[in-house]
Design a binder for this molecule. Sequence first.
Ligand SMILES: [Fe+2]
Ligand SMILES: [Fe+2]
Length: 180
Amino acid sequence: MVPKKIEDAFSKQVKFELESAYIYLSMAAYFDAEGFEGMGRWMRAQVQEEVTHAMRFYKHIIERGGRVQFHPIAVPPQDWQSPLAAFEAAYKHEQFITGRIDGLMKLSQVEGDHASTTLLQWFVDEQVEEEANSSKIVQELKLVGNDGRGILMIDRELGARTFVLAPDLASLYALAPAAG
Ligand SMILES: [Fe+2]
Ligand SMILES: [Fe+2]
């Protein structure tokens, strides 16, 4: 049975992960409207990833006999000054989420709830990657500055991203795992 405090905190994290998806979908809409096709595609892949983050917490609560509670999702910002400003906001948002994961980790340790500690360890590692990904793009955009060709190259590069569902989540989505 999942401890009540963990159930509550994880339910809130379901909201934060879906809120992340909503923010990135808004960024995708901004990029798509501005003609940055690759960045739009990158953000739409990011949306899928954030939804799977929410689903990892959801799955954990359900598997341990808990009940997910739902919270309102905030309206995201809808305009940015530039691709750089949007990715800076994305990086800042990931830092905020890392802070939340750290808080959950502390709670799981205080509660002595090893099952949630294990789940959260995955998220600790994931956040290192999330911060690194957005921060790298911020650095690249800063490097090219106002050079249109440079921005176009970054846009192309980011457009190569595809979303791949982690095999351990396939059953959660009622999908057959990929062969191979
Ligand atoms: Fe996330
Ligand atoms: Fe994220």
